[in-house]
Design a protein around this ligand. Structure first.
Ligand SMILES: CC(C)(COP(=O)([O-])OP(=O)([O-])OC[C@H]1O[C@@H](n2cnc3c(N)ncnc32)[C@H](O)[C@@H]1OP(=O)([O-])[O-])[C@@H](O)C(=O)NCCC(=O)NCCSC(=O)C[C@@](C)(O)CC(=O)[O-]
Length: 304
């Protein structure tokens, strides 16, 4: 067992966390959430999506969110861009990094971005070229890596093939999404093993939802394999509009508590993060979906 000494956290709450909220969230709340997250020590924050507002209305104010940020030094403010139109909008808004997104499942890709996996890869070619010209890095997401809401089981080799294609196109990092949150540790390890044959481990991130309560167990399994980049969402916010029934991402508070307990450095102040989780849950009028966040509201002896 060789656990990493530190983990880089990618906070996806302001994007993945909020994109599925039914009630429109005002831009000022999104901006304040991002500010609080950076104050808590998060250094990589997915702040917006430049996708079709017809498909995901909640993310329609990406440009205003970016314009309203008081940027902290050393923080990367990233956004999703499914095509050139999104990329141009993101560049105009001043994002630091963009992400393209496909999936290991054909059906999910059709539902999510209205094209096949092969078409998505073709569509990303000019997006990545243009982003590189503009001097910004591109992350690549592969969704449904441990199961698909429409197709069921997904072969690890299929995840590996899409990851390889995105990496070869120029994505500097591939984030592996258990969109449905249905994976278990051995399946997660098998999937990682297959992907590692195509993409170096240091360029892989885990992006796990917690629908079946397995996300922390799955993350621990991959930490044991040496994975050191984790996506998570404050207060366990989130869900994908095209994966019905899927719950939020693993809560950042829960991940930080686990990592600190393992002696792994994150740079995050857990108490401040937990306060942010409570704050945003109150703003959204939804129950706090972080076990650690809940524990810290009653047990103030637990610090970082
Ligand atoms: C990809 C498209 C645009 C294709 O959608 P389409 O309808 O095939 O696009 P189109 O090119 O035919 O254009 C149709 C209309 O959309 C507009 N349009 C076109 N592109 C843009 C854009 N970028 N920004 C703003 N508007 C845009 C375009 O201008 C046009 O407007 P009209 O002329 O009809 O008025 C659409 O399917 C889409 O926006 N999908 C995004 C879905 C999404 O955001 N899903 C959630 C994020 S993925 C996720 O959550 C998973 C992840 C990443 O977290 C990992 C995991 O958990 O697994």
């Amino acid at each position: 067992m060789s656990l990493p000494a530190s983990v880089r956290l990618v906070e996806v709450g302001p994007r993945d966390g909020l994109q599925n909220e039914a009630r429109q969230i005002d831009t000022a709340t999104k901006i304040e959430l991002i500010a609080r997250l950076s104050s808590a020590g998060l250094r990589h924050i997915e702040a917006a999506s430049f996708v079709s507002p017809r498909w995901v209305p909640q993310m329609a104010d990406g440009a205003q969110v970016m314009a309203g940020l008081s940027r902290q030094q050393g923080v990367t403010y990233a956004a999703l861009t499914p095509n050139l139109q999104g990329l141009e909008a993101a560049l105009a808004a001043g994002v630091d990094e963009v992400a393209v997104f496909s999936a290991a499942s054909e059906s999910f890709t059709q539902k999510n971005i209205n094209c096949s996996i092969a078409e998505s890869i073709e569509r990303f070619v000019p997006v990545i070229e243009r982003a590189q010209e503009a001097g910004i890095q591109v992350r690549g997401y592969v969704s449904t890596v441990l199961g698909c809401p429409y197709q069921g089981e997904i072969a690890p080799e299929q995840v590996a093939a899409v990851s390889r294609d995105l990496y070869q196109l120029g994505c500097y990092e591939i984030s592996l999404g258990d969109t449905l949150g249905c994976g278990t540790p051995i399946a997660a390890k098998r999937m990682l093993e297959a992907v590692q044959r195509e993409v170096p481990l240091t360029h892989l991130a885990a992006h796990f939802h917690n629908t079946y309560g397995q996300a922390l167990a799955n993350l621990y399994a991959l930490l044991e394999e040496g994975l050191s980049i984790i996506d998570s969402s404050v207060a366990g916010l989130g869900g994908c509009p095209y994966a019905k029934g899927a719950s939020g991402n693993v809560a950042t508070e829960d991940v930080v508590y686990l990592l600190h307990g393992l002696g792994i450095h994150t740079g995050v102040d857990l108490a401040q993060l937990a306060a942010t989780g409570r704050w945003i849950s109150t703003q959204l009028q939804r129950p706090l979906a972080s076990q650690v966040g809940l524990a810290l509201t009653t047990d103030t002896t637990q610090g970082a």
